[in-house]
Design a protein around this ligand. Structure first.
Ligand code: SF4
Length: 389
């Protein structure tokens, strides 16, 4: 018989039903009974949700003022496209010629949106630059983007993250720009510490590039480093995953995000899957349990989400050292805080009074983004004004 730890709880954000119960003041025992009765989830998964939801709740309370918002900026370029990627990102080789035009439009979008939020009396809470790979921009371009964010959304930000997911893109000049603009958190993503797998999945960096980027981040005084790992990459077994986890733990990042391989329709993998061998559900579960065991005790889970076609029906979990959780990740997953998405393939989410959401997304294709940006700024401005009402 197949065991389904998540029972019939489907959807990307499994903490949401638990938050509804916590809003009503249910105790651990009552919430467990309600979740098991309704969804049939296992005690282990409930305990995971309980820990994550209770870590999130102080952050949700702190950010609950409707005049607050967080900014997400999507930089839709990467040095190459990873095998499994479905994110809105273009390989620089294919569409890099649009990069400088994109930066000009983005800066315009940032400053216009800053005018709209200021007029509506809204205040920035956190800022997160992702993509894509923000450090695929030239340092001078990145500096212009960061400076324009600081000027357009003045105030004290609770957190400022820049992803530097592909370690081969981040130079000393990038680190200087990041540091001088007050970025406290960066993400350097090995995914695996095995060169053969990195080559197979189309990433152009080596494990040594990862180690060197993390050491430099420390030397530049970046306070929080996140590292992403993927469990179940093609050709990897439990021993390889354990080696990767050991090497990552040795670098002592404040955050570790444990992803599980998912077959995504918009990925290269989807077209070529016959050529790759993936672990089956029980192998993936074994790897997941092993890494969980390795991080538990030192790190605690603080956000999680599920995906369709994820190996073993498992979940992606963000882990953190105590008091180092990424506020933006919590806010983005829990959807109780306004998020303004700028740049390529970014979604704005405006929370209405009945806690439903109005979503507005920018185009994933940079060429369409460049064409449509004036209409997008205007449409999003209407929602920003509504928040002031
Ligand atoms: S680095 Fe991230 S966004 Fe870029 S291609 Fe790879 S998975 Fe996609």
């Amino acid at each position: 018989m197949t065991v389904k730890p998540w029972g019939n709880l489907v959807g990307v954000r499994p903490t949401k039903p638990l938050h509804s119960l916590l809003d009503r003041g249910l105790s651990y025992e009552d919430a467990l009974e309600a979740m098991q009765g309704r969804y049939g989830i296992s005690r282990d998964k409930f305990d995971l949700l309980w820990q994550v939801a209770n870590t999130a709740r102080p952050v949700l309370a702190e950010s609950s003022d409707p005049a607050l918002f967080s900014v997400y900026v999507g930089i839709p370029f990467c040095p190459s496209r990873c095998l499994y990627c479905s994110f809105p990102s273009h390989s620089l080789t294919d569409l890099g010629k649009y990069r400088s035009q994109f930066v000009e439009s983005l800066i315009h979008e940032i400053s216009e949106t800053g005018r709209q939020t200021a007029a509506a009396g809204m205040r920035p809470f956190t800022v997160y630059i992702g993509g894509g790979t923000p450090t695929a921009l030239e340092p001078e371009e990145l500096n212009r983007v960061l400076t324009s964010l600081r000027e357009s959304f003045p105030g004290v930000w609770r957190e400022f993250t820049v992803e530097a997911g592909r370690p081969e893109t981040i130079t000393d000049d990038h680190f200087q720009v990041i540091k001088q603009n007050g970025v406290e958190r960066i993400s350097i993503n090995p995914q695996t510490m095995h060169s053969s797998t990195l080559a197979l999945i189309g990433r152009k960096h080596s494990p040594d590039d990862v180690i060197s980027a993390v050491k430099k981040a420390r030397n530049y005084g970046i306070e929080i480093v996140n590292m992403d790992v993927i469990i179940g990459l093609p050709g990897e077994d439990a021993g390889m995953v354990e080696e990767t986890a050991n090497q990552i733990l040795a670098l002592q990042p404040e955050n570790i995000t444990m992803h599980v391989f998912a077959r995504k329709r918009a990925s290269r993998f989807n077209d070529q899957q016959i050529a790759y061998s993936l672990p089956d559900a029980s192998e993936a579960t074994e790897m997941h349990s092993k890494v969980t065991e390795m991080v538990n005790g030192t790190y605690q889970p603080y956000y999680l989400y599920r995906q369709r076609d994820i190996l073993g029906g498992l979940e992606n979990i963000g882990y953190t050292l105590p008091d180092h959780q990424c506020l933006y990740n919590i806010l983005m997953i829990e959807e109780r805080h306004n998020i303004i998405g700028l740049g390529g393939g970014a979604t704005s989410k405006f929370v209405t009074q009945d806690v439903s959401l109005t979503n507005i997304s920018t185009p994933k294709d940079v060429r369409i983004y460049l064409e449509r940006i004036p209409q997008l700024i205007e449409r999003r401005g209407v929602e920003i004004i509504k928040q002031a009402d």
